[in-house]
Design a protein. Structure first.
Length: 119
């Protein structure tokens, strides 16, 4: 079993910055891709950014150039640096990791952290 703990959400004015972090703990697993998703009220959950085990990244078009995803494999953590925040970035942000344990692969989700950007 893997547990994810997120931190770093909050309230910020438009143009400001926030940094989200997610730490994975457990035993007998290896982490493949790590990602951040978000879900605004009344909307579907969407991919914000993903980083593979080799460090390749991809971003939603709406956050390119403003957000940066990074991972620390030694600490099993993934972070999302969010700059130039806009009110449209307001959402609950979820950490997601894809893991391998033995012959099985499985996705895990964090509990979500609220990000609110005021205009």
């Amino acid at each position: 079993q893997v547990q994810l703990v997120e931190s770093g959400g909050g309230l910020v004015q438009a143009g400001g910055s926030l940094r989200l972090s997610c730490a994975a703990s457990g035993s007998r697993f290896s982490i493949n891709a790590m990602a951040w998703y978000r879900q605004a009220p009344g909307a579907q959950r969407e991919l914000v950014a993903r980083v593979t085990s080799r460090g390749s990244t991809d971003y939603a078009d709406s956050v390119k150039g403003r957000f940066t995803i990074s991972r620390d494999n030694a600490k099993n953590t993934v972070s999302l640096q969010m700059n130039s925040l806009e009110p449209e970035d307001t959402a609950v942000y979820y950490c997601n990791i894809n893991t391998t344990s033995g012959w099985s692969r499985r996705d895990y989700w964090g509990q979500g952290t609220q990000v609110t950007v005021s205009s």
